[in-house]
Design a binder for this molecule. Structure first.
Ligand SMILES: NC(=O)c1ccc[n+]([C@@H]2O[C@H](COP(=O)([O-])OP(=O)(O)OC[C@H]3O[C@@H](n4cnc5c(N)ncnc54)[C@H](OP(=O)(O)O)[C@@H]3O)[C@@H](O)[C@H]2O)c1
Length: 447
């Protein structure tokens, strides 16, 4: 057996469903009885196998015909020739049994009340039934974002009344279709911009919001990218249209959205500057940006010193009066893309002070947009919101996500994952995120 196979055997045996373990045990015993020297991978659910395979090389060795047309365990044992044939062709064998686990409960993380990380609680609820037009998705991975922190604190415009679950994006497997749904099949790998609810084992999602994920992509990498890189991509292509050679300033360039902007900006051959704390300067430089320590220098002065006449675009996720300063760093015909309004409200994971408000910062932003229109100096402030754009242009959402899949499968993008944690570790995930020392995203990996 090769290295891949021994790795795979152990991951496959990690399934905790008793029946799966029993089937695996029996199937392996059968293989040993037949004294097969070839690698064999056996599992109950072919999709689980695809999710668990550690590398593209391993995935390419899975017998995909068996994934799409599963052979029952008993049939394989009854007709060992099936097993033998697959073994001879050098494939792993996936014994498929799409039986849904006998499970009526699921776990999710809820914000029990607005506040710090300690308000996150893991609860067990009855498994929701998909309603008309909905699909129940078994979630494989979801990201932890700064926007979640703002929602947890009750200061984000998209937050809900507690108790509610966080989670802007998900990658999962279609598990059950609600009435009236066509175009999806159980077992399909999908992604969705959930905005809320993906810190969970399952979520019912409107069928039209699901985008199919190509086979072979790592679900955790796709989830890492689905919200953050989409935000970056759309700001560069939909909010404004950047061209090769354009000069841009990216605030919070060492954070997830900032790093995604740098990664895409390098592909589009932009000249890039990024504000970040000193500790993130290596990352910014590695991603081909010129770092600016916003705590040590005035970034407007520094940009003018470095460039002479300013930049074409500033990506400002800091918000508030910060947008006005970003405006001053623009050259003629430049634009500030304003996409975050509340980062400055958070200090050490807590609300910096004052009353919680879902719309705090929005009047300032509106004022600045208006002001840039009233004083025509060839420069402008352009607001961007991923969920508002998706509501207006769901076709763009699909198109842009598909463009990102192509970059990911072509090896042109590699999402930066700092940590993979389980649902039970959501509190720690939020503490780590706000502490701000991690380079890359924290991902929740389910199952
Ligand atoms: N509009 C949309 O559709 C959309 C979509 C996604 C995200 N967002 C927003 O985008 C923003 C960034 O998201 P993110 O997840 O990538 O978070 P993030 O960059 O990790 O945000 C926190 C970081 O911002 C940096 N920061 C704080 N004040 C700063 C300042 N004055 N100048 C420069 N950097 C500063 C700090 O990094 P240092 O360690 O470098 O100090 C801090 O760790 C958030 O406000 C989020 O809500 C909006």
């Amino acid at each position: 057996m090769g290295d891949d196979a021994s790795e795979l055997d152990s991951v496959a045996l990690d399934f905790d469903e008793r029946a799966a373990k029993l089937a695996l045990f029996r199937a392996f015993r059968e293989c040993f009885l037949q004294q097969s020297a070839e690698p064999v991978l056996l599992a109950l659910n072919p999709d689980d196998v695809l999710n668990l395979l550690p590398s593209a090389r391993a995935r390419s060795r899975v017998s995909l015909s068996r994934v799409s047309k599963p052979t029952s365990y008993s049939r394989t044992l009854k007709y060992p020739g099936i097993l033998q044939r697959a073994l001879r062709s050098g494939h792993y064998v996936v014994i498929g049994n799409r039986r849904t686990p006998n499970m009526t409960k699921y776990r999710r993380v809820v914000v029990s009340r607005y506040g710090g990380p300690e308000v996150l609680e893991v609860v067990e609820d009855a498994l929701p039934e998909p309603q008309r037009g909905e699909v129940r998705v078994k979630i494989l991975a979801a990201g932890v974002s700064f926007a979640d922190v703002l929602m947890r604190e009750g200061v984000h415009p998209e937050t809900a009344r507690p108790p509610f679950s966080l989670g802007w994006e998900l990658v999962g497997v279609v598990e059950k279709l609600g009435p009236g749904v066509s175009g999806h099949r159980p077992g399909d790998r999908v992604t969705a911009l959930s905005v809320r609810g993906s810190y969970a084992e399952y979520l019912c999602v409107t069928a039209g919001d699901l985008v199919p994920v190509p086979i072979g992509l790592d679900p955790v990498e796709v989830a890492c990218m689905a919200f953050i890189h989409l935000t970056a991509y759309q700001m560069m292509h939909r909010a404004v249209r950047v061209n090769a050679g354009d000069r841009v300033l990216i605030h919070s360039a060492g954070g997830p959205v900032g790093a995604a902007l740098l990664q895409l900006g390098a592909l589009f051959e932009l000249e890039m500057y990024g504000t970040a704390s000193q500790r993130k300067h290596d990352l910014v430089s590695r991603l081909r940006g010129t770092p600016i320590d916003y705590k040590a220098v005035d970034f407007v002065d520094e940009i003018l010193r470095l460039t002479g006449d300013g930049v074409d675009v500033v990506f400002d996720g800091i918000g508030g009066n910060h947008i006005l300063r970003s405006y001053k760093a623009l050259r003629r015909k430049g634009a500030v893309v304003a996409f975050g309004h509340a980062t400055s409200l958070i200090r050490d994971g807590r609300l910096a002070g004052g009353r919680r408000s879902r719309v705090r910062g929005l009047p300032t932003l509106a004022g600045q947009i208006l002001r840039s229109r009233l004083i025509p100096d060839g420069r402008k402030v352009v607001p961007y919101s991923i969920q508002m754009l998706k509501r207006r242009h769901s076709d763009w959402y699909r198109e842009d996500m598909t463009a990102l899949f192509a970059l990911l499968s072509g090896g042109k993008l590699s999402p930066i994952i700092a940590k993979r944690l389980g649902l039970d570790e959501a509190v720690r995930a939020h503490e780590l995120l706000v502490e701000g020392s991690l380079m890359g995203r924290i991902m929740l990996v389910m199952g």
